[in-house]
Ligand binder design. Structure first.
Ligand SMILES: C[S@@+](CC[C@H](N)C(=O)[O-])C[C@H]1O[C@@H](n2cnc3c(N)ncnc32)[C@H](O)[C@@H]1O
Length: 310
């Protein structure tokens, strides 16, 4: 069971127009999708995207003419919108990043350090290589970089060294093997250190930050004037990217060094942007939600409205 995070708040942030066109770019178990459908009238439309081929089974359970499911990466959102003829017609896009509890809790997916299973970690198991294969083929330095960059792991050197050493003796193929190795490489900590390394490898393997940067840029091209972008993130690196993107596109004039002799009016004229975002206040889960659903503890919802100037 996946309990949708910030459900009420994210649906409210989309300011749903009853006959509007919406995209749930991270369908998962369809929690947010079902709530969006409830708000639409018979003329409204919802397109849902998910990279995981297994999510099709859940999507097929939604028998609704207003609903279309697309299996693929959200970074291809523009291509999908072109195909469905909805470019610049989309009233709202929702992104609920990461993976769902269904994926995390399935030992065969290899995402969880709490369950023994093959060390896979791919969102789409039909593409790319598994985490086990990646660890076998990677140099120690590369593993170090990933653990440090995406996991903000203090003991990245020791963990990478032990992974590299172990893989030269006998390949690490199971989540439990990697888990035990991480515990062996780090001192006792209140928070389980395996969480950081597992998350780092997952983020890297699925190119999650690259995908995020690309989809954010594409949203500008597909949203209608007044369209809303809402993003729920769970990792500080994701939130940094979203914040930077929204703020960069909300500025009237660019950051130009102070010593350039131009007046404010001249700058404004030079830089007449076709669009800009109006940013809304970021939202966090309530204490009650965190108590009820611990997965929500690191969630942040950011939303912004796209305003076209022309
Ligand atoms: C946190 S879950 C979404 C849960 C969903 N909102 C719900 O209420 O059930 C994130 C989903 O996004 C999908 N996903 C992750 N990266 C993706 C990408 N680049 N393109 C499309 N889907 C992606 C995952 O497969 C997962 O199902």
């Amino acid at each position: 069971m996946h309990v949708p995070v910030l459900l009420k708040q994210s649906i409210k942030s989309l300011k749903i127009i009853k006959n509007g066109i919406y995209i749930d770019a991270t369908f998962g178990s369809g929690g947010h999708s079902r709530s969006i459908l409830k708000k639409l009238n018979c003329h409204g439309k919802l397109y849902a995207i998910d990279k995981d081929p297994q999510s099709i089974k859940i999507a097929h359970k939604i028998k609704d003419k207003r609903f279309t499911f697309i299996q693929g990466s959200f970074s291809n959102i523009k291509k999908f919108c072109k195909k469905h003829n909805i470019i610049k017609k989309v009233n709202g896009i929702l992104l609920d990043l990461g993976i769902s509890s269904v994926q995390l809790d399935d030992p065969n997916r290899g995402f969880s350090f709490k369950k023994d299973g093959p060390l896979d970690m791919r969102i789409n198991q039909k593409k790319g290589i598994s985490a086990a294969q990646w660890l076998i083929k990677s140099k120690k330095k590369k593993i170090e970089n990933i653990l440090k960059k995406y996991g903000e792991e203090r003991y990245y050197k020791k963990i990478a060294y032990n992974i590299y050493k172990q893989n030269n003796i006998q390949p690490i193929l199971r989540t439990s093997d990697l888990y035990n190795l991480i515990l062996k490489s780090t001192p006792y900590q209140k928070k389980n250190p395996a969480r950081r390394s597992f998350q780092a490898i997952r983020i890297y393997l699925n190119k999650e930050l690259k995908e995020l940067k690309k989809v954010l840029l594409e949203t500008i091209k597909v949203l209608s004037p007044g369209g809303i972008l809402s993003v729920i993130s769970f990792h500080s690196l994701e939130d940094k990217i979203i914040k930077k993107f929204m703020f960069k596109n909300s500025r009237k004039i660019p950051n130009i060094p102070k010593n350039i002799p131009l007046t404010y009016q001249e700058l404004k004229k030079m830089h007449k942007k076709k669009y800009k975002f109006k940013i809304f206040k970021k939202i966090f889960p309530t204490k009650k939600e965190i108590l009820h659903n611990s997965r929500s503890r690191s969630a942040i919802l950011r939303s912004a409205k796209l305003i076209h100037n022309s």
